[in-house]
Design a protein around this ligand. Structure first.
Ligand SMILES: C[S@@+](CC[C@H](N)C(=O)[O-])C[C@H]1O[C@@H](n2cnc3c(N)ncnc32)[C@H](O)[C@@H]1O
Length: 370
């Protein structure tokens, strides 16, 4: 997103930047139809939800989605929902839909694919198709095909770019040191009580970490974004990095030398000239520093181009109003997993469901995992 950074708030607050109040998170459960949520624009920031899958569980409630006679009619129901949610979330918001496919007359109905195409045609951007790999699933007696052990989480955005996204924060939590991927291995929950279709808290936590801001301004509605800076620290766990740091210390390299290495990049020739920011475009003094560093580090020079990044603060729109936590909406709330996951990390949540809490949600017809 392209937010104006007026007063980056550093970890240590400077005396001239007064601390802005931060409101407490809330959690709300409402009764209603996901196609017509009882909310107004700005009531939620993003959506994380798992609708009934086509022709799977019959929730026995008037107006339910999932029992349409054709796959296309089912997809149209979901599109109607998305159109409605679009009027509630801001332009920088996201919609994540957890969906699995259905075997119908021997063939996969391809509902996830149909939804992606229909949503694209309706103007949505499809940013990711995350594959949720499950370690187990419902018993499946078929002997002429493999058991299905995955579902999808499709990431839709109202606009092509400039949506709120905290890949850095997500990677710190789930990235395991590498670029985070779109394949997620998450076990199914065992504590399913009388409701057999909850999704795992971790799945929601991942999505909230990615796209539900920690803080949003109550005046202008802008989310605060992480300000990340490359440091001169290396991962001391790697022998090469350890040796690089020893050499740098032995030879008295300064932070300016390290910054010069990072500005120069791995190489100053060939493809690197085209793909690395700063390569070949540095000032003479930076080139001198980089050359000095290279002379003492030799092949270890490149280690400093992998230096760790750190959060040094958050953007601040400059308004005087308090911040509030980001708000996630789950219009197919079910047992309320989304609300619990949001509460765990200090986000607000609104859950909506057609079924009243007191009603039994036991399926009247069993057809699979949803
Ligand atoms: C797959 S479950 C959601 C499970 C939930 N993610 C959880 O972890 O418990 C789908 C839910 O959608 C609800 N539902 C079905 N049609 C609906 C509609 N038109 N509007 C709102 N909720 C609906 C059902 O009552 C059911 O609770």
């Amino acid at each position: 997103m392209n937010l104006q950074i007026t007063t980056p708030v550093e970890a240590e607050n400077t005396p001239d930047i007064p601390e802005r109040a931060v409101l407490s998170p809330f959690s709300k459960m409402l009764f209603g139809d996901a196609r017509r949520v009882p909310l107004k624009p700005g009531d939620a920031d993003m959506v994380v939800t798992s609708p009934p899958y086509w022709l799977k569980r019959d929730y026995g409630v008037e107006g339910q989605i999932g029992q349409e006679t054709t796959a296309n009619a089912f997809v149209q129901s979901l599109l109607d929902c998305m159109e409605n949610w679009k009027s509630v979330i801001p332009k920088w918001g996201s919609v994540f839909i957890n969906i699995g496919d259905t075997y119908h007359r021997g063939s996969l109905a391809n509902t996830p694919g149909r939804l992606e195409i229909a949503a694209q045609d309706a103007g949505w951007t499809v940013r990711n198709r995350i594959i949720w790999v499950k370690d187990a699933g419902m018993p499946d007696p078929a002997k002429d095909r493999l058991k299905s052990r995955h579902e999808y989480i499709i990431h839709f955005t109202p606009q092509r770019r400039d949506y709120y996204y905290d890949q850095f924060g997500y990677a710190e939590k789930y990235g395991n040191g590498t670029g985070p991927s779109d394949v997620w291995q998450i076990g199914l929950r065992r504590d399913t009580s009388n409701h057999l279709a909850p999704y795992p808290v971790e799945l929601v936590d991942r999505l909230l970490s990615l796209a539900c801001p920690e803080q949003v301004c109550t005046c202008c509605g802008k989310p605060r974004e992480r300000i990340v800076k490359r440091t001169n620290k290396l991962d001391g766990g790697r022998p090469q990095a350890k040796r690089a740091m020893e050499l740098a210390e032995e030879h008295g390299l300064t932070p300016a030398h390290i910054m010069a290495i990072q500005a120069t990049g791995i190489s100053d020739a060939g493809k690197a000239m085209r793909v690395q920011t700063g390569t070949g475009r540095n000032s003479a003094s930076v080139k001198v520093l980089a050359a000095e560093a290279k002379a003492v580090l030799g092949g270890y020079f490149r280690e400093f181009t992998f230096a760790k990044r750190e959060t040094i603060g958050w953007t601040d729109c400059g308004c005087k109003a308090p911040f509030r936590p980001g708000i996630v909406l789950d219009p197919f709330m079910g047992t309320g997993t989304t609300l619990r996951a949001a509460g765990d990390i200090g986000r607000s949540a609104i859950g909506i469901d057609l079924a009243q809490k007191s009603e039994s949600k036991r399926p009247t017809r069993s057809g699979g995992t949803r």
